[in-house]
Design a protein around this ligand. Sequence first.
Ligand code: ZN
Length: 173
Amino acid sequence: MTLRNILIHPDPRLKKVCAPIEAVTPEIGALAEDMLQTMYDAPGVGLAAPQVGILQRVFVMDCVKEEDAPAKPMVLINPEITWTSEEMNTHEEGCLSIPDQYAQVTRPKMVRMRWLGLDGKLHEEEFDDLWATCAQHELDHLNGKLFIDYLGAMKRQMITRKMVKLKRESARD
Ligand code: ZN
């Protein structure tokens, strides 16, 4: 297992629509393992392949919050939304590609998603609350969309300027 380098916004690879995965190969399995490891290490509750520079449709998540609860690592390949609730929910979101920046984003409170698992089988499950927010946030990544795209232009530009500065400073170190 290898920790992968997480891309920081702005990066053209974070703005790309990712390609479907045609087969669950051992390489995809290894990528998913690396992504989970990278996500837990960060730490974060979700990570999409483009965030580690791989432009393919897969993301990982684990939104278990209780310290003593068992981890629930999930790997979603070619995920699709099959249903969304009319009820909306506002959560404060952050992103491993936009460190230390948080904002309120409103999305459907519940979603049903269908995806291909590492077992090569189709899965379908309903997600609620934090799981639903996370799943939608990660699916957005596969379509080149970031949570800051839901914010007003001023706020988005302010965050982007901060990230440009952060990248410039870390490049100097
Ligand atoms: Zn993100």
